[in-house]
Ligand binder design. Structure first.
Ligand code: NAD
Ligand code: TDX
Length: 351
């Protein structure tokens, strides 16, 4: 069986990618390598954990010795690298954590992959690095990020992701390691950790807590349903040329305040509350430092080369997402205790 290493598979996007690969590709052996930080949760993969082509490996990508041994033992056919510290606000509080995981962790994987690749001339190998549109910086009122937009990261998170993208290209150029990179816009959907805008607000609406909107809520994000991202990753992993880059986005730009107003309307109906109840929870709070004004992705290349288009409309996706959270209160309760709770109170004290 061809062994595929998926890193960060217990996280939000990773769990959707792991499920898709385990279900669609019985001839692959899927190894999910995850440290299980506060953001990683094996509950996300309960439905596939006993599949014969799935294996979970608990481990830390910053541990070079462990990573080198793993590659030597397993001889991977391909790597899909999603493990990362992913929350911009946390990167403002603790940038070094982002350097360790996102930069050093990625270079550890590249080094181990390089050794395996050079020791096996003629064998297929691919290193797929999953990245973000935040590496391109911020847009004004017009324009979109293309694959040729110059990198201009602003937050410690996006700086660490930009750095890891550069290292991936450096390994392609210097060692001819076969790599691909994708840069995706904001995802949403089931299993999204409730520190990010949409799941945080779903959680707070359920509990009649304030909905913290940074600044005036006029920042714009381009939202994509997570399963559409997983489908794009599948296509790119299997069909892209080596050394290529693809932007992935939903053609779905919204101001934050409008997203939250729509969410409030949907949840008033689902929770059988009087119209306008949830919107009363909207609370404008201090803006995020260095808050990027607008992201918008031009995904034409992915559409033209590989025929990918988003399949889930925003309204449909939000309904599916809210339904999932309302049906999975136990998941929400479990992840909103412990480490998350401390971070959450810290954020509120700051405001
Ligand atoms: P997430 O925070 O939900 O999950 C990250 C996973 O990585 C967790 O399971 C965590 O346990 C694991 N992890 C963290 N540090 C690790 C380490 N040192 N060793 C091994 N595992 C470790 O993140 P996500 O939102 O699913 O994002 C996945 C990837 O996609 C990231 O690389 C992120 O930059 C990128 N991305 C995310 C979005 C988005 O909207 N969420 C958009 C574009 C790109
Ligand atoms: O409480 C909040 N209030 C608020 O107004 C939070 C958490 C966010 N916001 C704003 C900030 C952003 O403009 O909402 C927008 C979305 O914020 P996040 O959900 O934190 O996402 P963002 O910072 O845009 O980054 C996300 O998309 C790109 C992911 O977290 C990244 O991992 C991904 O790379």
């Amino acid at each position: 069986m061809k062994k595929i290493l998926i890193t960060g598979g217990a996280g939000f996007i990773g769990s959707h990618v792991v499920r898709r690969f385990v279900n669609l590709y019985p001839d692959y052996s899927i190894h999910n390598l995850d440290k299980l930080t506060y953001a990683g949760n094996l509950e996300n993969l309960k439905d596939i954990e006993s599949c014969p082509n799935y294996r979970f490996i608990k481990g830390d990508i910053t541990d070079a010795t462990f990573i080198n041994t793993l590659f030597k033992t397993e001889n991977y056919y391909g790597v899909i690298h999603l493990a990362a510290e992913s929350h911009v606000d946390r990167s403002i509080l603790n940038p070094l954590e982002f350097v360790y995981t996102n930069v050093i962790g990625t270079v550890n994987l590249l080094e181990a992959a390089k050794v395996q690749f050079l020791n096996n001339p003629g064998s297929f190998f691919r290193f797929y690095h999953v990245s973000t549109d935040e590496v391109y910086g911020a847009l004004g009122d017009t324009g979109m990020f293309t694959e040729n937009t110059a990198y201009d990261p602003h937050s410690p998170y996006s700086a660490s992701k930009a750095s890891s993208d550069h290292f991936v290209r450096a390994y392609q150029d210097t060692f001819k390691l076969p790599t691909v990179i994708s840069n995706c816009s904001n995802n949403y959907g089931p299993n999204h950790f409730p520190e990010k805008l949409i799941p945080l607000c779903i959680h707070n609406i359920s509990h009649l807590k304030p909905l913290p909107i940074y600044g005036k809520g006029e920042n714009v994000r381009d939202w994509l349903y997570v399963e559409d991202h997983a489908r794009a990753i599948d296509l790119i992993f299997h069909k892209a040329q080596n050394a290529s880059t693809y932007n992935i986005g939903g053609h779905n730009e919204w101001k934050n305040i409008d997203v939250i107003r729509m969410l409030c309307r949907i949840m008033d109906v689902k929770l059988q509350r009087a119209e306008g109840t949830s919107a009363q929870l909207i609370t404008f709070v201090k803006d995020r430092a260095g808050h990027d004004q607008r992201y918008a992705i031009d995904a034409t290349k992915l559409q033209n080369d590989l025929g990918w288009l988003p399949s889930v409309t925003f309204e449909e996706g939000l309904h599916k997402t809210v339904d999932w959270y309302l049906e999975n209160q136990k998941w929400l309760q479990a992840v909103t205790s412990g480490a998350y709770q401390n971070y959450y109170s810290e954020q509120y004290t700051k405001r």
